[in-house]
Ligand binder design. Sequence first.
Ligand code: NAD
Ligand code: DAU
Length: 358
Amino acid sequence: MELRDLIIVTGGAGFIGSNFIIDWLQNETGKVVNLDKLTYAGNPKNLAALNGDSRYEFVHGDICDLELVPTLFQTHRPRAVVHFAAESHVDRSIQFPGEFVRTNVQGTLNLLQNALDYWSNLDASDRAQFRFLHVSTDEVYGSLQSEESPFTEITPYAPNSPYAASKAGSDHLVRAYHHTFGLPTLTTNCSNNYGPFQFPEKLIPLVFLNALEGRPIPVYGDGQNVRDWLYVLDHCAGIRTVLEKGEPGETYNIGGCNERKNLDIVEIICDTLDQICPSSVVGPRRNLITYVKDRPGHDRRYAIDASKIREQLGWSPSVVFEQGIQQTVRWYLDNMEWVNEVRSGAYQQWLQLNYKER
Ligand code: NAD
Ligand code: DAU
């Protein structure tokens, strides 16, 4: 049996995965099968635009499932797997590290082993075509001092949070499956994404909502931590590029070359909202900024050196941050129904737990 023009995406109902699937179907041929467990972070409504699209199929399931995953490979005969599924929030990993090891490490292992079993039984030309692309993070490299050069693909791993450690573990397994068994893997390590469909536990949508509704905006520590922000569709384009042109066994850093202090991000969102929807009740939103107890082990600075993907594969970011953040704020304002739906009881419980002692 031959490979089909079909990819399996894991975690495609989350923030980046849903943007990726919509973007993929607009730019590529073939089908997408999306395997997602629908945790609190997964929302099928992110993909409502694809209702009735015969090129898209949703499978509700867990990447750790030892029976479902091999069946998916045999049924769909994918030409690639793009693996997003993960527990992704650092603060949650401080509260519940076990869930991160289960999904991020064991789940990735289960996918790799089943990809290997499937790939090993393909004929030579299909084996040469197949790819397993693992979506990872810059957090595996640890924290930079202000004067240090950005992370490259050969920066030693030094994960500091349970989330980062679990992603580092999954990256090492991907590396080992290539090195030991020859599985044609690709790994991308990307910086902080922002854009539509991001769950409002993460900095940018959380600040947007609190600022909109006139609630205190919690800034951890002194607000001087630095992140390198990339518009989500630029990340998706980077992944498509790596899948098409990347060398099996290689890793590629993806980043926006856009370092910003947290406080600057918060102020930009406050000012953007003041411009778009000024409120005499709330007043200037910057007044809502509230310094709270720091995140334990909070990494000071992340920055990506993306020269490898730029020079070898021809990818570079296209969205200027000031435009991207305006677009994002407008997207959230236009999609308050989506926002209100994801702010379920479980989300309210999380806010209580995370911010109660801050
Ligand atoms: P997210 O938390 O928004 O979405 C994760 C998705 O995975 C959800 O749909 C969830 O239901 C699904 N999922 C979780 N556990 C699962 C399991 N056991 N089986 C099947 N599905 C499961 O995450 P995101 O921000 O979209 O991140 C996606 C990937 O990109 C992650 O691997 C993350 O580490 C990586 N990444 C994220 C960023 C970022 O800024 N958000 C940056 C770099 C890399
Ligand atoms: O670098 C890539 C990573 O970016 C991804 O791998 C993760 O999945 C993603 O969640 C993100 O991790 P961060 O920890 O950088 O993102 P977060 O939005 O949680 O926080 C961004 C910064 O803002 C961080 O320095 C902590 C700070 N922060 C966050 C929250 C939620 C606050 O000051 N206040 C807050 O309430």
